[in-house]
Design a protein around this ligand. Structure first.
Ligand SMILES: [Zn+2]
Length: 198
């Protein structure tokens, strides 16, 4: 495409801003409200230039003006809301952390294709004697159960076999030493054997 510098520039020159002065108070029209003859100013303008009158004093124009004002109020409101929300999030976070700290985790661990063990962590938080609980599990399932330290150095009970569902049930029913643990605090998780390991 050929171009010549002779062509008309695409940008149109901006028309100078025309300030209209009020016939009554002699202020620019947008300042009439600060004069002492505002009512008269409006009356005269409505007579002499209804369009201009509408631009300044129509329902719409006044609404727009109010809208601008309430935008500031809205911004403040949004800021306050964001603050409140952040507080709520922090609170929920703290509550979750607290809950996690008081959680009984029952983990089904796959040792190999046919062998599972079940680890139970967190019973001591509810005042359960871990040795007694291990003994209760061993008796109940006629299997091995012992108190050991997990990789994080925390005490847990390890029961041979996949008995996680049964243990959840025992806790829900509050059997023996498992009395008084809220079932809401019980979390069941599954640990799959890592692929490729043997
Ligand atoms: Zn005026």
């Amino acid at each position: 495409m050929a171009s010549t510098s002779e062509e008309t520039p695409a940008v149109q020159p901006v028309a100078p801003i025309q300030v209209r002065y009020c016939e009554v108070c002699s202020f620019p029209l947008e300042y009439c409200e600060f004069g002492s003859s505002f009512t008269k100013c409006k009356e005269v303008l409505r007579e002499s230039d209804p369009d201009l009158y509408d631009r300044y004093y129509s329902e719409e124009a006044l609404q727009a003006k109010l809208g601008t004002l309430s935008l500031d109020a809205q911004a403040k409101l949004e800021k306050d809301t964001a603050k409140k929300e952040a507080k709520a999030v922090a609170k929920a976070d703290a509550a979750l952390k607290k809950k996690m700290a008081s959680q009984v985790t029952i983990k089904r661990i796959e040792r190999n294709k046919r062998k599972h063990v079940t680890s139970i962590h967190g019973l001591e938080t509810f005042g359960v004697d871990l040795k007694k609980a291990a003994k209760q599990f061993a008796t109940k399932f006629a299997t091995g159960a012992s108190v050991t330290k997990n990789p994080q150095g925390l005490d847990e009970i390890v029961v041979q076999g996949d008995v996680s569902a049964e243990i959840v049930e025992m806790i829900e029913e509050g059997q023996g030493v498992l009395k008084g643990i809220p079932s809401d605090n019980v979390v069941e998780v599954e640990e799959k054997k890592k692929k490729g390991g043997s």
